[in-house]
Design a binder for this molecule. Sequence first.
Ligand code: ADP
Ligand code: MG
Length: 727
Amino acid sequence: MQTLRKKSLEQLAKAPKIVAKGSLSSNEFSSHVLNSKQLQKFISQKAFDQIKQSIEKGTQISSSVADQIASAMKSWAVSKGASHYTHWFQPLTGTTAEKHESFFGLDLEGNQIEKFDGDQLVQQIPNASSFPSGGIRNTFEARGYTAWDPTSPAFLFENTLCIPTIFVSYTGESLDYKTPLLKSLQKLDDAATEICHFFDKNTSKVNATLGWEQEYFLIDRSLALTRPDLLLTGRTLIGHAPSKGQELNDHYFGSIPSRVSVFLKELEYECSFLGIPIKTRHNEVAPSQYEVAPVFENANLAVDHNTLLMEIMNKIASKHNFTVLFHEKPFDKINGSGKHTNWSLSTNNGVNLLSPGKTPMSNLQFLSFFINTIAAILKHEELIRASTVSASNDLRIGQNDAPSAMLSVYIGQHLLQVLDDLENVTKGKLSPEEKTDLKLNVIGKIPEILLDNTDRNRTSPIAFTGNKFEFRTVGSKANCAKLTTVLNAIVTEQLIEFKIAVDGLIDSKKMKKDDAIFNILREMITSVKKVLSEGNNGIVEGKSIRKSKALSEYKTSPEALPAYIKKSSVALFESLDILTSNELSARYQVDLEAYVSTLQIESRTLGDMARNHIIPTAIRYQNMLIENIRGLKEIYGDKFKSYAGEQLLILEQISNHIAEINEGVTKMINARKEAKNIEDYLEKAIQYAETVKPFLTSIRYHCDKLELTVDDTLWPLAKYRELLFVR
Ligand code: ADP
Ligand code: MG
């Protein structure tokens, strides 16, 4: 009997080429997005002003304006062929959710009537009681409300008007990633604008900007379907490394295979309609691994675009007979995937606050934001980590293909030198000549220094890359709103403290404003250097990481997640009114539950595969060997052992592996049963990590040994060489 794997391989060799849909003209970019320019055509100037005000300052929209906008949205969508609308939101599952409603209903006489006005636009009850809520909603009042987010434009996707919304509980607590993100953006705007006023009174708004780089694997779908593990867990739980991996580095930036380019062409085509500004696409380090990155946008929109992109990729991939793997570590011993998150601050005048300027004054502004961001990272490094860990990302973080579990910041030799110079300005009051020469000298030379800042480090967990910070610990599957909310919050807190300190010096010591700023920054440098890697205070020297006492190092989610409910985290989020301690505990619990569920599903899947796929296949091969040995005995009689010695050895080895696998599965099931009885979620997660997870490695070891022993024609699961190299 032929295995599904062999059939898939045969079919693949004969598969007809799929042609990509459409070719794009530039005026189609964003044509499926109801951006403010489009909206303005449909509504009165007064309504438009109100919505603009709401987008910029978070003010309320009146119900009559909401009606106007709803009607505009409907006309626009219907004119483009839409029949339905949905509130589109991002619950704590990490993906997106939607519930489609028709624009039209029937009245009592059976006539078609319109069913979409301001009320439907502004608020909906999706009755979504099965989304994770960390216990915030009691099931008897298990209603979550979705509420329109006017800062992210509505868009058309598959004939449906999608209205970006937030998702909150009956009692007003947030149940999604967007609500705290939006709040944090508002707070950051307030705090950063105040700091800008030290330098430029014309700044009226500061936006956090976000540019993600999405890594993923693209695997042939029919081969992926031979693997229950890929189907259920998104990663391979079994599979021996191929004889060729990524050693030759021939995939990285190599030419994109033609079947993949056809997929990418269609992806870009779809993204373009939706206004997702895809800019780069290239091969990544591992075979069959790729990356797609857009031009950066305002953080809120960038988050929406990333989640939307992942959704579109899944749909287009299945059309092209591919499976996209967003999992952080789909293949053992092969590089995993991340979602590098680039973060910066930009003013309403288009000034990037993390980009050095041309004058000493603008560089003092740059240094203020630069040093304060690093200080915020140092203070809340545990919280940053907590916002990026997950069972799947734990497999990547801290391994040799990815950032370490210790969150140091790389800023490059030149900026380190600048900080050293600043710190070494004579302590206390600036001497007259330092005021003029050294200060200007130090601050003035930053731009030319940065031009030369080419020593880019590519593996440190956080890096300053010339005009933005790049966070590399975010997992490929994750919703990047999680980290972005934390960044916005911690930098806001830090900027508020900075302003108080500077104002204090101005008031109490009658210091001039820029001297006060300079002095506070200089004081901060000594402590922020603890988080910096490389340079004369180096944490990283060559490749060996020297432990910094200032930084924690946690390798698993259960160790890292409690940082969410640490005193300093609760104080941070509560004081800024972004999340209450109740909401934080709920998120903490949701993440722990997800951790446990992931390990539970992986463990069950591996158990099934080991017993239903691997052991029967091994036994089938053993029977072939037994048949062979019997035949040899028939021919050679007593002397058969000198001809069948190796076969007997293989037979025995297989039996040993089978025994190890079967016993392992029994023990793993028992470990699960014990963990299941634990009520406390943290304890349960720790128990899973310590007693269930090790079996995933030990059982796999024996399955992988069998893969190398058993006849290839019998092996049911697509092998690494096929998954990674067949295109
Ligand atoms: P690399 O692989 O060297 O990091 P890429 O070009 O792949 O470079 O990615 C750079 C990412 O940084 C892109 O997603 C881009 O949008 C983003 N980016 C650039 N400037 C900013 C900025 N000011 N704010 C936020 N993100 C930015
Ligand atoms: Mg990058």
